[in-house]
Design a protein around this ligand. Structure first.
Ligand code: ZN
Length: 330
């Protein structure tokens, strides 16, 4: 961590100020050290460059299992795909890269840090990515060259920050929490009045086939498997998706006459959207759906209800299988 992160921190237990009690540095970067609260005397370690406000050992049940599953995945899959930028902008639309200029930004659930990295490159004054899992190790490595990017290991329900952010976003994370709405409310509570928030979640609508056929398999079998075994097994469904997108959905949607036909195909909007991805990325997506112990598919009505604290909100349907919201907070 860099010392400038301190201005945004506050004690997750008592909201007191946080100071640096000890530090071992490598240039600007504090690699090992300790943070402590000036009011309640709680303290937290900084290890391998990352402040640790939560460790998986302290987190209960499914939340820890979700973090562990994704953490393993994100230290294993380290590919970067040129499509990430486009995909990220799809999830946070109508937000464009210019929006990040000069803003203080929080990402709720940063995984291996690819969005934190983009936000920093797009000119955020500072961007902080939090994650509960061991993926913070990868995220720190991916962002340490960016002076305005910061990675913190923390629980989204218990954020160690002041209400200081101009913009917060969370993509693909809230639906994996035991209580997605509480995670959203917690994130929103750190956005300054008049600041903005984006969230993207799996939708219930159009995903009935997943809740009906994939979910029971995920709950009873795949989320309990050794991730290394699941990684190999998931190549079978991934190969089916890969062949379908490369041989059918991609080519058909490339022409106007084909697209008219493709409209009638199963899950066309989404499969068209991922048709440009390579094998590893598509395999990651399939693995993702099988590894998580918790996954909620959220109806529009419920998602809309989350935004009561917003003065304006724009909710839209993404790839006809998920909801994205962008709101201005009161
Ligand atoms: Zn405190």
């Amino acid at each position: 961590m860099r010392e400038r992160l301190l201005q945004y921190l506050s004690c997750p237990a008592c909201a007191g100020a946080i100071t640096l009690a000890s530090a071992k540095r490598e240039g600007e970067e504090i690699i090992e050290g300790e943070l402590s609260c000036t009011s309640c005397a709680r303290s937290w370690p900084i290890a391998r460059g990352v402040p640790r406000f939560a460790s998986i050992e302290e987190v209960e049940g499914d939340k820890a299992a979700t973090a562990a599953g994704f953490g393993w995945q994100w230290t294993h899959f380290t590919q970067t795909d040129a499509k990430y930028e486009e995909q990220f902008l799809g999830w946070i639309a109508p937000v464009a890269p210019e929006f990040f200029q000069g803003k203080v930004v929080l990402e709720g659930g940063c995984g291996k840090g690819r969005h934190t990295q983009l936000a920093a490159q797009w000119g955020a004054r500072d961007v902080i990515g939090i994650d509960l899992s061991a993926a913070v190790e990868t995220a720190f490595g991916a962002t340490r060259h960016l002076t305005n990017a910061h990675i913190v290991q923390a629980d989204i329900y218990n954020l160690p920050f002041r209400r200081t952010f101009d913009y917060a976003f969370s993509v693909g994370v809230l639906h994996h929490l035991p209580d997605p709405r509480s995670g959203f409310i917690s994130l929103a509570s750190r956005v300054k009045p008049g600041g903005h928030l984006s969230a993207w979640v799996y939708g219930a609508e159009n995903n009935e086939w997943i809740t009906r056929w994939v979910d029971p398999l995920r709950n009873r079998l795949t989320s309990r498997m050794n991730p290394r075994v699941l990684l190999q097994l998931s190549k079978i469904p991934a190969a089916i998706v890969f062949l379908a997108t490369k041989l059918v959905y991609g080519p058909l949607n490339a022409s106007a006459s084909g697209a008219r036909l493709a409209r009638h195909l199963f899950y066309n909007d989404y499969l068209k959207a991922i048709a440009g991805f390579g094998w590893r990325e598509q395999h990651t997506i399939v693995f993702d759906h099988l590894v998580a112990p918790t996954a909620f598919y959220i109806p529009r009505e419920d998602f809309t209800g989350w935004w009561r604290e917003a003065s304006e909100v724009d909710i839209s349907w993404h790839n006809r299988n998920s909801w994205r919201g962008f709101g201005r907070m009161r």
